[in-house]
Each structure stands twice: as C-alpha cells, then as structure tokens.
Design a protein around this ligand. Structure first.
Ligand code: ADP
Ligand code: MG
Length: 250
C-alpha cells in the first residue's frame, strides 16, 4: 500500500469575479505535495495565500480546476478527490474525511451533545453509544458539562469551536482537514485540542491543517507547506516538537 495517504499534483483553483468585470483570482496554482499516512502537514502563509482554498479543494467544497489529489484509504483504495463523482465524494465524507472549519454550522434546536453525537448516529451507532462518545470528547475539550444539554447557538465562539472539533473527531476520519480550528480558543483550550489531535495522529489519522498560532502547528506538523498568492513556495519537513514533554502548554 502507498505510504502516502495523499498525493497532490498540480492542484489548481481559480475564481472568476463576475461582479468585478471577470477578474480572475488564482486561489491555488499547481500545488504539488505528498502527505504520509499518520502525519500532519501544516499550511502556513498570510491571509489570502490560499490555505483555505487548498483545504476546500481537498474536501471538495470547491471543485478544483485542474490537477489531482489522490487519497489512498487505509484499505488501499485510491480516490482522486479532485475528480471523483459527487456521489462517491458524499460517501467519502461520511466514511473517511473530516473537515473542521473555524466556525460551527449550528443545527437549530439540536443540543450540544447531540450535535456532536449525530455523525456517529448517522453512521449507524446507537444513540447511547454515540452520546457517551460525545460526552467523552466534550469533557476532553474542557467544555463545561452544564452546556452539554443546551443549544450551540447560545455558546461563545470558543465553546462552539470545541463543539466543532468534537463533531469532526467523533467519526474518527482517516484524513482530517483543519482550517484554523483553534482561532477563538485561549492557550489552555488550544492545548487540549492539540493534545487530542496528537493522540489521533499517533493512532494513524492523517491531517492537513492551518493553525493561526505557530506553536500548535509546530507541535503537530512533520511537514510544513508555505503558500503565497496561491503558490506553494516551499515544502519542508519539520522536526516535530515533543509536545508535552515539559508539561507546559503556553
Ligand atoms: P487563506 O485561507 O490563506 O487566508 P483563501 O484560500 O481564503 O486564503 O483565499 C485565497 C484567495 O482566493 C484570496 O485572494 C481569496 O480572496 C480568494 N478566494 C477564496 N475563496 C473565494 C471565493 N469563493 N470566491 C472568490 N475568491 C475567493
Ligand atoms: Mg483561510
């Protein structure tokens, strides 16, 4: 089986702004890189450099204009995320891919714990098992127990962000895409998310992600991709810091 969970070749996405006379923006230009199974690839670059565009092309929120993004599952099947059919893509999202955006998309009138549990229920788990797993994740992420039965819309941005992370992790995706998932969290809660992610890495999950804070990225990443104006300007392997060896979590 390929050691690479992800093999991205010349992946491109351009935006045509019709309201601005057809102005073309190169969101992502010919991105090429590989991601080994069970490793974290960090995306860095200033705002507007193409980090979210790349992640959305991999999750197919955006349909790439060119190139390929071969995803090989742990069972050895390869899919091109850039061109696979919509139906297949929906199945992949259900079974193998996870995506954490900055903001939780709140489902009205569904409690916090059920919001987290529902992807597991959708995959066939019993409500009890799913709720137990949801509560475990929420407590790992320090979400106050008094909030589990309330509605996500009532939560703060940072609380919603942790619900969002829990909702993505509960299905144990093979490939997890993270778009600044801790941007609204204080240092302690960032540490809780990073610790959970590094456990999942150790268990074999592959991740590609942008983090607004460099220390989180350094703790997780074994490879760093730098983007500038939609171009990949460097792909470097990085020495993973032994995250919690010193016991401090700035
Ligand atoms: P980053 O996540 O690194 O801040 P983005 O990937 O969001 O950067 O944006 C890269 C470029 O693509 C920016 O110039 C942005 O304005 C543009 N862009 C991203 N998404 C869209 C879209 N849906 N429509 C038009 N332009 C977009
Ligand atoms: Mg972004």
């Amino acid at each position: 089986m390929s050691a690479h969970a992800l093999d991205v070749l010349s992946l491109s996405k351009r935006f045509t702004l019709h309201i601005r006379g057809g102005l073309v923006i190169e969101g992502l230009q010919s991105a090429t890189f590989q991601v080994r199974r069970g490793e974290f690839t960090g995306l860095v670059g200033r705002s507007g450099s193409g980090k979210s565009t790349l992640l959305k092309c991999l999750f197919r929120t955006y349909l790439p204009d060119g190139g390929s993004a071969l995803f090989t599952t742990s069972e050895g099947t390869t899919f091109d995320l850039a061109s696979t059919g919509e139906h297949e893509m929906l199945a992949l999202r259900r079974q193998a891919l996870g995506y954490v955006s900055q903001a939780l998309r709140v489902i009205p009138r569904v409690t916090v714990e059920r919001t987290v549990a529902s992807p597991l229920v959708a995959r066939g788990a019993s409500a009890d098992v799913a709720l137990r797993e949801a509560r475990l994740l929420l407590s790992r992420l320090n979400l106050n127990e008094s909030l589990w039965d309330s509605y996500p819309s009532l939560l703060s941005g940072g609380e919603q962000q942790r619900v969002n992370v829990a909702r993505a992790l509960i299905r144990e995706p093979e490939l997890l895409l993270l778009d600044e998932p801790t941007s609204a969290l204080d240092a302690g809660n960032q540490g809780a998310v990073v610790e959970l992610l590094s456990e999942r890495l150790a268990a074999g999950t592959t991740m590609v992600g942008a983090f607004h804070d460099a220390p989180s990225l350094r703790r997780l990443a074994s490879q760093v991709i730098r983007l500038d104006g939609g171009n990949v300007t460097s792909v470097e392997s990085s020495e993973r810091e032994l995250a919690f060896a010193g016991g401090t979590r700035d």
